[in-house]
Design a protein around this ligand. Structure first.
Ligand code: SF4
Ligand code: SF4
Length: 109
């Protein structure tokens, strides 16, 4: 089953295939099935379903994965939907003409 897609081409997940040993830990910990095996290594199969939780990079023993967890647009959209503070995205919070933040600083995209 495919996971929810947040926004296209905004997730910051990066894989260094040279470092990957194919241990499969990222496949086990990723809640959104972003990875798939590609021979003896993994590949990013579904970038747009990444929610930038950071579990893969924290658990990768080869330090082959990098993700800016909790700061990207995916996190902003999720935080905004949940009504949490910190929902600003890379585009900045929505503001009125006078510069005051509106909609609780929710992501503009
Ligand atoms: S956890 Fe790291 S080393 Fe293991 S398969 Fe995933 S990317 Fe490769
Ligand atoms: S950051 Fe989270 S959702 Fe994204 S690939 Fe890693 S484990 Fe999966």
């Amino acid at each position: 089953m495919r996971s929810l897609v947040y926004l296209k081409d905004v997730a910051t997940i990066k894989l260094d295939e040279q470092k990957c040993t194919g241990c499969g830990m990222c496949l086990d910990v990723c809640p959104h099935h972003v990875f798939a095996m590609n021979g003896k290594k993994v590949r990013i199969d579904s970038r747009d379903t990444c929610m930038e939780c950071g579990a893969c990079s924290k658990n990768c023993p080869a330090e082959a994965l990098q993700v800016q967890s909790g700061v990207g647009c995916a996190a902003a959209v999720i935080n905004s939907m949940l009504g949490r503070n910190g929902g600003e995205c890379c585009c900045g919070p929505q503001t009125d003409k006078d510069g005051s933040v509106k909609n609780g600083g929710a992501c503009c995209c």
